[in-house]
Design a protein around this ligand. Structure first.
Ligand code: ATP
Length: 320
């Protein structure tokens, strides 16, 4: 291949810049021109395309967000918008496309692949909700951010003998809650994958209090409900003093962890390697520390790989 394009799409995630850098460097090493497509599919339709150079990826490894910017595009999902996007790729002689994003972006990538454009997906989402890969870029950073927040919140909860319930992102996936919950030594983890009722969770808090543990921490994945609703439920049905905390977008930004940067580098390298072998319609990922690739079809339909054993073990870790 002589020319490939790269774009970031959907929610931004720490580590996207490391992936873009890896794509550019690997492309250059193979004598391939790498075109940066700005603002995701929206920018592709509008022709926001520029050849990337070293300066574009200089000093960006430690930055969250994406130097290519990102967007969501309704127009791309229409027949007319899709045709414009394909035409634009042809106009810029882009023979292969790398899409860094989550499952929605992957569906767009699959549509392109089904229409003859060699397209590779790189998993970029903090949610870790693509089951074919053990980890997505940005997840580790988000988990580290939330783990740090839990300890700060616990300090002030402890000062007042309160319970804190922290709501984290993840859409329908409980991975951020699980990993940050275990790392942050929380007492109760509420996720959509496991059916711990709010009543049972509250009983646990009451038992903790009766045993002398006045400060407990709860983490709730957004897919399992709202922190404020859980706090209201507990307030209504017990004498526990509980505060709801929603860290929100801070878990989408910040300095990517070394793990996310290295993962991004490895995935970016494989993505270019595939295109250079004339292979499209694949999504790259990591399984058992090996870089793998699966069809985009398998990637968008993959079942969740939530670690139920780790989830169950947390109730052992949290015993008081
Ligand atoms: P995140 O998980 O971080 O939100 P995402 O990639 O899932 O990221 P989406 O908003 O779902 O984010 O998708 C990004 C873009 O991908 C959409 O704005 C749309 O342009 C395109 N897209 C999503 N679903 C489809 C689909 N079924 N067909 C074609 N394009 C799609």
């Amino acid at each position: 291949m002589k020319c490939i394009g790269v774009l970031t799409s959907g929610g931004d995630t720490p580590g996207m810049n490391a992936a873009i850098r890896a794509v550019l460097k690997e492309g250059e090493d193979r004598g391939i021109n790498v075109m940066g497509i700005y603002h995701g599919y929206k920018g592709l339709i509008a022709g926001m395309v520029k050849q990337l150079s070293h300066q574009d990826v200089e000093n960006v490894m430690h930055k969250g967000g994406t130097v290519l910017r990102t967007a969501r595009s309704k127009e791309f999902t229409t027949q007319e918008g899709f045709v414009k996007a394909v035409d634009m790729l042809k106009a810029y002689d882009i023979e292969g496309l790398i899409v860094i994003g989550g499952d929605g972006s992957y569906r767009g990538a699959k549509l392109l692949a089904d229409n003859g454009i060699k397209t590779i997906g790189i998993p970029g989402t903090i949610d870790n909700d693509l089951g074919y890969t053990d980890f997505t870029i940005g997840f580790d950073t988000a988990v580290n951010t939330i783990t740090g927040e839990i300890y700060k919140i616990r300090d002030t909860m402890r000062a007042h003998d309160r319970v804190g319930v922290v709501e984290v992102m993840g859409r329908n996936c409980g991975d951020i809650a699980l990993w940050a919950g275990v790392a942050g030594a929380v007492d109760i983890i509420l996720v959509p994958e496991c059916d711990l009722s709010w009543e049972d969770a509250m009983r646990q808090l009451v038992t903790n209090k009766l045993k002398g543990k006045l400060t407990s921490m709860v983490i709730i994945a957004e897919g399992a409900g709202k922190a404020e609703d859980f706090a209201n439920y507990v307030r209504t049905n017990s004498d526990i003093d509980i505060k709801a905390i929603v860290p929100g977008y801070i878990q989408r930004g910040g300095n990517p962890t070394a793990f996310d940067r290295v993962l991004a580098a490895r995935l970016g390298q494989r993505a270019v390697e595939l295109l250079d072998s004339d292979i499209g319609g694949r999504a790259v990922g990591i399984r058992n520390n090996q870089i793998i690739d699966v069809s985009l079809d398998e990637a968008v339909n993959s079942v969740d790989n939530f670690d139920k054993k780790l989830y169950q073990f947390n109730s052992v870790l949290a015993k008081f």
